[in-house]
Design a protein around this ligand. Sequence first.
Ligand code: CA
Ligand code: CA
Length: 236
Amino acid sequence: MKRLLRPLLLLAALTALLSVSVFADSGVGTGFFDIGRADGVTITPDGSGRIDVIWGDSAEGDTSTLYQDSEKLTVKLSGTEAGKHYFILLTTGDSVNPTEENMFYVDQQTATGATTTFTVFPKQGLAESGEMTSANLFITSNADGFVTRKITLGYANSVPYVEPDYILGDVDLNKTVTVDDALETLQIVGKLNNSPTETQLKAADVDKDGSVTVDDALGILKYVGKLIQDFSEIQA
Ligand SMILES: [Ca+2]
Ligand SMILES: [Ca+2]
């Protein structure tokens, strides 16, 4: 009986593991994703909220941040000078040169104060159904010494995704990122935890350099302390 029990237990464990991967949450994503950053620019997408996704049909691959059902971006530019003109331009594809074909939105505002707000609302679909595109948002001005900003972003139209089986930074896998996760990471680094799972190691590598180090623990602390909004800020 004892000899039979072990393989049975293994089988049960294996079945549990398999069913987890089979039933990973999946869906279809439409909206802006992986919105980059630039000095003095805050971008707030509309839509039904942000989710971490891995594009395609497997839970292996890079995680993207999708703003589900977003169609508009509220773009706030700080440090503007009253009376100066500010232009915003949205282009798709990898080319940085705006042309008639790749330009999807353009707007101009005359600043009335230190903050100027744009609503970027492309009236035409940025990508065909089932496809995604990379895009660039440019902000420029006739103000003296203004540095043109370029922000990269993505747009998906009805593209299948799988939700990752972990949240980046959630090392103890309890679905939230807290100080405990930084401590857990330090325990992995200091070999106090000698048996972290593959999933824990992936969740702990917040700077995505392929290994779990003190930098990852510090990154989690920065995130918890809101010194960074997103782990992409500490990724190379
Ligand atoms: Ca956690
Ligand atoms: Ca790392």
